[in-house]
Design a protein around this ligand. Structure first.
Ligand code: MGD
Ligand code: MGD
Ligand code: SF4
Ligand code: MO
Length: 578
């Protein structure tokens, strides 16, 4: 019997029935500081009953109240917001069927990785990169915008003895522990990738086979090397050295999620993913393998039949007036999404009914008019995949369930609404079976084996040159930029019950004390601390976004990058108190 940690994480660790990390791959007998406290955390800060306006009520009453509210409004006045709090197929995906059948508005699930997936897929036809065993065969690794030391601990262990190269906008922990680091200007990864490709071709490092080099050369000729160097902020010698290291070591290119959230997002992720192909290294990059296992997420959500209207995950604030009900599960949008503060204001002014289904008292749950208790992954059965390793895991409960599962809640709300539809009536395990049909694995097999290895569905490894940007397509920030990263003790906004709640702190080279942080979305008061960061780069942990009664996200109003994802790493201004 196995249990998987289903959190939004590369590793998806697997545990035995005593809750020890399994010795075999992919978990190799160790886990993170969060995984080690899960059994303890499971008993703290839990939502154990249903609530209406802060009053505990029987579950049936809360379901009836939600159904009544739904009947009072138009489907288009309902928004459902869910993300990857639990990556289980029955927790995250399947329950969306209710809202899609109803005709409610969905988000575009763009907050984290959409931009990068699209940018890479545009060249390769798929964002699926190297598999773990292929990664192991490299003797070097290049991290672009990845804090793997904290965010990807099993990957980091695998890469530890390789020659490690880092491209980041600050000396990250990963940069400090690597052999060579190149600190570039925020958002200039596309520029650096172009400069490298130019050198690869000039120096004869490029190999034909995976990329049309003649076509590529025509595109590269539009870029002036001196301008590229200025944009990137490295000297000619440094870029030449990086090109030589790439040619010599032929590294695996690990593309962090930050690239998609920066200036030129999808172009950066896409062009960086092409570097190995230009050198003739097949499947030589890794971003996220989620869409390469053949899991039919659309079928699980029912979007193959009901295509919902969507709004950008970074655009809830601007759209808040349209909605009378927001139903949240598996996510803490009041804190983690730009415009989360607009949800808060609308609830406080009585313009919006906020409903949350969560195992823990998140900030969103605390603010909600209706709250439903959810079991944690330690308390329910589910099937989970990883964005890194090729195992599907059948997760078994090891603790008694508190609350109502996402599937059960969806079914009961549908019943209360007299909503009959084959998508809602379909047995959830049959739905999972169908969604897994391309993986060649059945629920039955998963149930009996616990975990099953699957094969990737990926392309030939050939990269199309287009969509290749022209110099006019690339843009760079003029002012100071805020960037974010993972913290070892938190997963996004989670784990405050174990590791404490800390208000946001903004690190930079020159600001110290209290002051105002301003961006497109407004201003907040926040604390600044000096740190060894490059000029123009402000840094915050993405786990500590709360600042007093607001959040760092309240000042962000991210423009959309070229492939639709929000540019969270945006320009900001600082005004320190006199
Ligand atoms: N411990 C822990 N692990 C996690 C998470 C967590 O919260 N905690 N979160 C999980 C999730 S949801 C995700 S999405 C992943 C994220 O994991 P990663 O992809 O590793 O992303 P971040 O941790 O955000 O690190 C981003 C790095 O990119 C750098 N950066 C920012 N802007 C730029 C830029 O323009 N160019 C370049 N080259 N670098 C830039 C930052 O300085 C930072 O060092 O981790 C997962 N794993
Ligand atoms: N400014 C800024 N904002 C960011 C980022 C950034 O870098 N900068 N990073 C972004 C990233 S990478 C991401 S992925 C998003 C993450 O945004 P969110 O998805 O909001 O992330 P979490 O804080 O992990 O919230 C997950 C919630 O799901 C709940 N949950 C866990 N398990 C279950 C379950 O089984 N059932 C139910 N119903 N709920 C469950 C948890 O208790 C928690 O409240 O935030 C993003 N926001
Ligand atoms: S958060 Fe990630 S590293 Fe930690 S136990 Fe879960 S899957 Fe493993
Ligand atoms: Mo993420």
């Amino acid at each position: 019997m196995v249990i998987a940690c289903t959190r939004d994480c590369y590793d998806i660790c697997v545990f035995d029935d005593q809750y020890n990390p399994i010795k075999e791959e992919p978990t190799a007998g160790f886990t993170c500081s969060r995984g080690r406290t899960d059994l303890r955390r499971n008993e703290v800060n839990r939502i154990t009953g249903a609530y209406i306006d802060g009053r505990e009520v029987p579950l049936t009453e809360a379901i009836a109240r939600l159904a009544k509210k739904i009947r009072e409004v138009e489907p288009k006045q309902i928004l459902h917001v869910e993300y990857d709090g639990n990556q289980g197929l029955l927790t995250w995906y399947y329950p969306a069927r209710l809202w899609n059948v109803l005709g409610a508005v969905s988000t575009d699930y763009s907050i984290c990785s959409l931009e990068g997936h699209e940018g890479i897929k545009a060249h390769y036809g798929s964002s699926m990169g190297a598999l773990p065993e292929e990664m192991e065969s490299f003797r070097s690794v290049a991290f672009w915008g990845s804090e793997a030391v904290f965010s990807f601990i099993h990957g980091w262990k695998m890469f530890k003895d390789m020659y490690k190269i880092v491209v980041d906008v600050r000396m990250s922990e990963t940069a400090k522990r690597s052999e060579r680091a190149y600190i570039i200007k925020p958002g200039s990864d596309a520029h650096l990738a172009i400069a490298l490709m130019k050198i690869f071709i000039e120096e004869g490092y490029a190999k034909p086979g995976l990329v049309d080099l003649e076509k590529l050369k025509l595109k590269l000729d539009l870029f002036d090397m001196n301008q590229l160097l200025k944009d990137v902020g490295l000297s000619e010698e440094e870029v030449k050295e990086l090109a030589d290291l790439y040619a010599y070591y032929q590294p695996l290119t690990v593309i962090g999620f930050a690239l998609g959230r920066s200036w030129n997002g999808g172009f950066s992720a896409g062009l960086v993913s092409m570097l190995p192909a230009v050198l003739g290294i097949k499947h030589g990059f890794f971003y996220s393998n989620s869409y390469g296992w053949g899991i039919d997420f659309a079928y699980l959500r029912g979007t193959h039949m009901f295509k919902p209207e969507t709004i950008g995950m970074g655009e809830i604030g601007e759209n808040i007036e349209r909605f009378k009900i927001i139903f949240v599960w598996n996510s803490n949008p009041v804190v983690t999404l730009p415009g989360g503060n607009a949800i808060k204001e609308a609830v406080e002014e009585g313009r919006l009914t906020l409903v949350t289904h969560d195992p823990f008292w998140s900030d969103t749950a605390k603010l909600s008019n209706i709250v439903f208790p959810a079991p944690t992954f330690l308390e329910k059965e589910d099937v989970v995949y990883s964005y890194w390793h090729p195992y599907l895991v059948y997760n078994r409960p090891v603790r008694p369930a508190k609350g109502i599962t996402e599937v059960e809640l969806m079914k009961r709300v549908a019943k209360e609404l007299n909503l009959d539809h084959p998508l809602i009536d379909e047995d959830p395990w049959i739905a999972v079976d169908r969604a897994l049909s391309k993986t060649g694995v059945t629920v039955e097999e998963l149930r009996s084996k616990g975990m099953v290895r699957i094969s990737p569905l990926r392309g030939t490894g050939r990269a199309e040159v287009d969509p290749f940007p022209t110099p006019q397509d690339l843009d760079l920030p003029r002012g100071e930029v805020i960037v974010f990263s993972a913290h070892p003790n938190y997963t996004n906004s989670q784990f405050t019950e174990i590791y404490g709640r800390k208000d946001a702190v903004i690190y930079s080279r020159k600001y110290e004390g209290e002051g105002v942080l301003e961006s497109r979305g407004g201003r907040i008061r926040v604390k600044f601390v000096k740190d060894d960061l490059p000029e123009g780069v402000l840094f915050a942990y993405k786990s500590n976004l709360v600042a007093g009664n607001t959040t760092l996200n309240s000042v962000l109003r991210p423009p959309r990058n070229r492939f639709g994802g929000p540019r969270l790493n945006d320009e900001v201004k600082v005004i320190l108190d006199p």
